[in-house]
Design a protein around this ligand. Structure first.
Ligand SMILES: Cc1cc2nc3c(=O)[nH]c(=O)nc-3n(C[C@H](O)[C@H](O)[C@H](O)COP(=O)(O)OP(=O)(O)OC[C@H]3O[C@@H](n4cnc5c(N)ncnc54)[C@H](O)[C@@H]3O)c2cc1C
Length: 382
């Protein structure tokens, strides 16, 4: 048997991907006043404007509001938006993973109901996976669903749910109640639901992050009723579905471009004639970025071919988050300053923001250790 290996074929962007780049840049210029430090700002109007351009759900079938464009064109749109710090948060999760998951596992009615609204930038989704005692170990979920007349009754708690306070729906991961009977395996009964966050019995409370911002939440579910037609996929197939959702999450090119503006600021500070040490340090960051980008475009190529680049995505996410965490460290060495969030000087506030943001990169979407486990499995080492 051949030894498993990674596949990072060099890929040349097709002409249509080059064309769309100019269009996206013009759009960004038009919306310059909305650009910020990173993509995390939430702006429904901006998402609707992107929806009108046909830049959400770009690769989905037209029949469901998609645009049947290539993975490369999608890559270019996301890349340009990330680099500019566009406010993508209102549609990003729906475009990246909830929509593709619905496309794969949803009923006809669900696809017709949700996908065109996501593609129009009108519906915000969030990710209901983690819990107080179940993050990396998703199979340890304690949230339980019980079958009742016409639907399901759900009880439990979700934690770290980004944007739940602003979202319309969550894809909720839980298990069917086993009525106290021992479960045959840890993945048994796992199930996903399309949870309307306005449903009675849902209490969403803020969790304030290091920056003092309200980004994620704790969700308490008490006897929440979800109708039969909002079961996603099949009862008990949730493990298969959630791993598919996570591979959509990890294949996006957003894991090494979040601090691009910090890098640009460092180049500005270095000026046109930096000393040798500064040039070498910045040159290293730029060449690493070029390599990550080639690897990420190669993943877009595999998605275009209909392949499932699970291990390759884990490699890019792991290397990409390491890279993002290095940027503020190198910045502090080259251009030391006392970080201050509210500073008027752009660099001083950027360094504070990026230093406080850095720990999350290697936690969200699967921690470094978990990704390395996936990579080892992909290489047949475990
Ligand atoms: C900014 C941010 C946004 C997030 N948004 C969301 C969201 O929208 N929805 C959502 O559901 N979750 C979200 N999360 C949660 C995130 O997915 C979890 O924090 C992550 O999966 C880790 O789980 P945990 O916090 O329970 O840590 P734990 O799983 O308890 O891990 C603690 C440490 O132990 C290590 N570890 C755990 N198991 C193993 C193992 N088997 N082998 C080796 N090491 C191991 C981990 O790598 C980590 O270092 C978000 C997190 C962050 C930081």
């Amino acid at each position: 048997m051949a030894t498993p290996t990674f596949r990072f074929d060099p890929v040349e962007m097709p002409p249509e991907a080059k064309e769309i780049r100019q269009e996206v840049r013009a759009f960004i210029k038009e919306h310059e006043h909305l650009m910020g430090f990173s993509r995390s700002s939430f702006n429904r109007d901006f998402s609707r404007a992107m929806g009108q351009k046909g830049w959400i759900g770009m690769t989905w079938p037209k029949q469901y509001g998609g645009h049947e464009r290539s993975s490369f064109e999608r890559y270019v749109v996301i890349e340009e938006m990330l680099v500019a710090g566009a406010p993508l948060s209102a549609h990003y999760t729906g475009d990246r993973q909830s929509g593709p998951n619905l496309l794969r596992f949803g009923t006809e009615e669900q696809k017709n109901h949700f996908l065109p609204r996501i593609a129009a930038g009108e519906l915000t989704f969030c990710i209901g996976m983690s819990e107080p005692n179940s993050g990396s170990d998703l199979a340890g979920t304690r949230t339980r669903a019980v079958k009742v007349d016409g639907g399901y009754k759900i009880n439990g708690t979700k934690l770290w749910t980004s944007n739940a306070h602003r979202a319309d729906y969550a894809i909720l991961f839980c298990k069917m109640s086993s009525d106290g009977k021992e479960e045959p395996d840890r993945h048994a009964g796992a199930t996903q639901f399309l949870l309307d966050l306005k449903a009675p019995g849902i209490d969403i409370r803020p969790v304030i992050n290091l920056l003092g911002e309200h980004h994620f939440n704790e969700i308490f579910l008490t006897d929440v009723f979800v109708p039969d037609n909002r079961l996603l996929g099949k009862e008990g197939n949730g493990w298969n579905q959630v791993t598919s959702e996570l591979s959509f999450e990890r294949s996006a090119p957003d894991r090494f471009l979040v601090l691009f503006q910090m890098l640009r600021e460092m180049l500005r500070m270095a000026g046109p004639t930096p000393d040798k040490a500064t040039a070498a340090a910045l040159g290293k960051l730029i060449s690493q970025l070029a390599t990550l980008r080639s690897m990420s475009i190669s993943i877009a190529g595999m998605l275009q071919e209909g392949l499932n680049p699970n291990s390759e995505s884990a490699v890019v996410k792991d290397l990409g988050t390491r890279y993002e965490q290095d940027i503020p460290v190198v910045a502090r060495q080259l251009f030391p300053t006392e970080p201050e969030l509210e500073a008027i000087d752009v660099y001083t506030s950027m360094i504070a923001r990026s230093t406080m943001n850095a720990p999350r990169f290697s936690i969200q979407g699967g921690t470094r250790e978990i990704l390395r486990g996936i990579i080892a499995r992909g290489l047949g080492l475990r």
